[in-house]
Design a protein around this ligand. Sequence first.
Ligand code: NDP
Ligand code: GDR
Length: 362
Amino acid sequence: MKTALITGVTGQDGSYLAEFLLSKGYKVHGIKRRASSFNTDRIDHLYQDPHSENQNFILYYGDLSDATNLIRIIQESQPDEIYNLGAMSHVKVSFDIPEYTANTDGLGALRLLDAVRVLGLEKKTKIYQASTSEMYGLVQEVPQSETTPFYPRSPYAVAKMYAYWITVNYREAYGMFACNGILFNHESPLRGETFVTRKITRGIAQMALGLEKTLYMGNIDSQRDWGHAKDYIEAMWLMLQQDEPDDFVIATGITTKVRDFIIMAFNELGVTLAFSGEGIDEVAVVVSSSNVDFSFEIGQKVIQIDPNYFRPTEVDVLRGDNTKANAKLGWQPKYTLAMLIKEMVAADLELFRKEKYLQDYK
Ligand code: NDP
Ligand code: GDR
């Protein structure tokens, strides 16, 4: 039985990856942060009573800023594979807490790599580092591949650049099996509520049920290459099953504007939109045709632009070239953007129907 350790196990990717590895027969160890309220919603269905026999999903309290804690957990769990998914992962928030972001997302990766070295596990333990397309930042070329120069545009991306290069350095200096997955945006019904796709699908579901009237957005002209998290966590695993460690771009190869994501998500409910206005504050998005099953009104201003959601420096266009992952890992995405949006809108409608029911009958 193989053993894996996942940092960030309570996040979107961590929860899908834990489920995936358990289904492959792994013993899975996960690190969760101590919080004053429960933060394990996404993995509660995987919970196993510590008193049960053959427990194969084990959680530890820990933090990427705490090296001694990481050393202890790695020593105890003796993992064959470590997936470093833990991070302060919100680009906009990283402008508010840059030092914390550097410590967790940059130095956190170093602490893990060094813990493996200190414990003498360099030849046993393989490491996956969650690198990101945000490292490409200011557009140098489109599509972006493993050879495209980096130009990070946020404290988050700069911190992730450190993690990327320290992973490469430990691979070259100490012969460690350490890989960077340069993953483009990937989403799901488990996506954090403040990332743009989930914010949109939640907002639409709330408006459809009459719980909200307007959704406030930032830059709807940026373009992202969106895939489904379920496809992407499989690529992480594939990287660690190869004979040699390497770095891979994981992306769909298709880019879409945020505003087109909005249109597609509304269309999912049979609602069409009209856009007008040019300047940031003038853009107005109103309902042009509706669906009687939902609470939209013709002319309702469903999207309004709020400059507070803009970033000081933006990444305008991301589109990944997955040729290498396709050739060497045999990886390609199974989900289309349309399938992803359908699943996310349906899940959020279901969520807010329950909430509305509770509100109506309390
Ligand atoms: P999430 O934000 O959903 O999850 C992040 C996880 O990291 C959570 O479990 C969080 O814990 C944990 N965490 C945060 N701070 C710390 C810390 N100081 N110590 C230990 N754990 C911490 O991210 P995703 O699942 O979307 O992404 C996974 C990883 O992949 C991240 O590193 C992200 O930067 C990277 N990435 C994500 C992409 C995407 O599109 N999703 C694309 C490319 C890279 P808690 O639940 O307590 O907050
Ligand atoms: P990103 O994802 O910054 O690409 O980072 P996010 O969904 O936050 O933004 C995508 C684009 O949408 C624009 N946008 C808004 N974004 C948010 N969050 N809220 C808004 O209201 C809004 N309006 C417009 C943004 O400006 C941006 O252009 C994600 C994270 O998961 C990172 O951890 C990961 O590394 C990258 O994807 C790849």
